[in-house]
Design a binder for this molecule. Structure first.
Ligand code: DGY
Length: 324
């Protein structure tokens, strides 16, 4: 019996080679996601699905996919998938945690340094011919070494960021859903309330999954309680921050800088006000975008898919209760 597998984008070559030796999948050929109606059609009789975070795998899609045995996402975050609907149908959902932790933490640190030291503005300044002499007060930024870093969400990526922050001799504060005395010890960090973290941190970095309770968790009130020079970094999910409130906070100097690898909406339209602000740095969601990481993520997604099609436990299934 031949298996029908739909893959919503091309994978890396090494992963396609493995998948192609197992079955004859159909790959969506474009760089942009398949439109929802096409996704419905392609999954209606599919046995397996490999998808990306840009695909809406909602209850309607899951319930009409009569043969679907496994959903395999090439990402750690699965907020685009209706996990309850999948669970109700007994369809396992795979994802790709751990492999991207270091790449994402590296990029988070790149954002921290670039924002605190105003690299975007400095690059433009040099390129545009404004650099006429060495200036004592030119392009002054904030010190990263020795600053207070507030990590919101001390999971895998939050801890990897803390590890890097230790090298910069930073004071580390963190919040998390559960108490983590062991992480306090390991990173010389202090677990505090969100209010304390927002008030005391020079740099605030978000590492929570997108859930109903984290959506909009950084809104007008939270931005108001940050320091006026605070740098806010988001390499998690865009909707964790209220974008309109952030634009206002940056325009009015309530906070110093925002460095975002993720935005709401995504992609951020070219006319969006955030692009016009000198104190905002926007990247197009590249946290895990290193060659080796994307190879590993794609390979794990293929392994998850194959296990699901064979009726075996997935190497990395999404934990039902937490979506992580
Ligand atoms: C994820 O995996 O959830 C990232 O956002 C993309 O790597």
């Amino acid at each position: 019996m031949s298996l029908s597998v739909f893959v919503t984008r091309h994978l890396t070559p090494i992963a396609e080679e493995k998948l192609n030796s197992f079955c004859t999948p159909e790959y969506w050929p474009e760089d942009t996601p398949p439109p929802y109606e096409i996704l419905l059609e392609k999954t209606r009789h599919a046995d397996g699905l490999i998808c990306l975070l840009t695909d809406a795998i909602d209850a309607r899609l899951i319930n009409q996919a009569e043969n679907l045995k496994v959903i395999s996402q090439v990402a750690v975050g699965v907020d685009n998938i209706d996990l309850q609907a999948a669970e109700a149908r007994g369809i396992p959902v795979g994802h790709t945690p751990d492999l991207l932790t270091d790449a994402t933490a590296d990029l988070t640190f790149a954002l921290i340094l670039a924002a605190a030291r105003r690299l975007g503005e400095a690059i433009d300044y040099a390129r545009s011919g404004h650099w006429q002499t060495w200036g004592l007060t030119t392009l002054l930024g904030e010190s990263v070494h020795g600053a207070t870093l507030g990590i919101i969400g001390m999971g895998r990526i939050g801890q990897a960021v803390a590890r890097r922050a230790q090298g910069f001799e930073m004071r580390i504060l963190f919040t998390d859903l559960s108490a983590h005395p062991e992480r306090e010890g390991e990173f010389g960090a202090t677990q505090v309330t969100l209010e304390t973290l927002l008030k005391e941190s020079d740099i605030i970095s978000l590492h929570v999954p997108l859930t109903p309770s984290t959506a909009g968790m950084i809104g007008a009130d939270q931005l108001k309680s940050m320091k006026p020079h605070a740098v806010l970094v988001n390499a998690a999910r865009g909707p964790v921050i209220d974008t309109d409130a952030l634009v206002l906070a940056l325009e009015t100097g309530q906070i110093g800088y925002a460095a975002l690898d993720v935005t709401d909406p995504e992609p951020l339209p070219p006319t969006h006000p955030l692009y016009k602000l000198p104190n905002a740095l926007i990247l197009p969601h590249i946290g895990s975008a290193t060659r080796s990481t994307r190879d590993q993520m794609s390979l794990l997604a293929v392994d998850n898919l194959i296990a699901g099609l064979q009726g075996k436990p997935l190497p990395r299934a999404v934990a039902r209760s937490t979506g992580r």
